[in-house]
Ligand binder design. Sequence first.
Ligand code: SF4
Length: 114
Amino acid sequence: MKNVAVVGCGAYMDSGYGCPGEWRCLKAAALGEGKFDEASSVILFVKCECPGRTLVPNMGMAMKLSEIKPDAIYLSSCLANAKPDCPYSSAEEMAKMLESKTGITVVMGTHDYH
Ligand code: SF4
């Protein structure tokens, strides 16, 4: 069982449509579906907030407070596959920033549910 962190797009989550962080990432992680290659514990869930400048420090703080280093960081499908795109940064740029600051592999997307 892996311990993982998930990052959701706050702008999407706050819209209240579809899945504002309610179940899709959590179900995929619990069952090892979608981008999760095995059943995984979501030990922290960080909500990106526009314009995204607090994402890396918030992830660092969540990791510190949880006292568990995640095996991987997942960018939620609604963030990694955002349409229209995030106006501030690409998911690839966010992944690179997170990887370089934490040293933890970042996976693009979490689930394939509709
Ligand atoms: S900065 Fe981009 S990814 Fe982050 S909440 Fe805003 S729109 Fe979503």
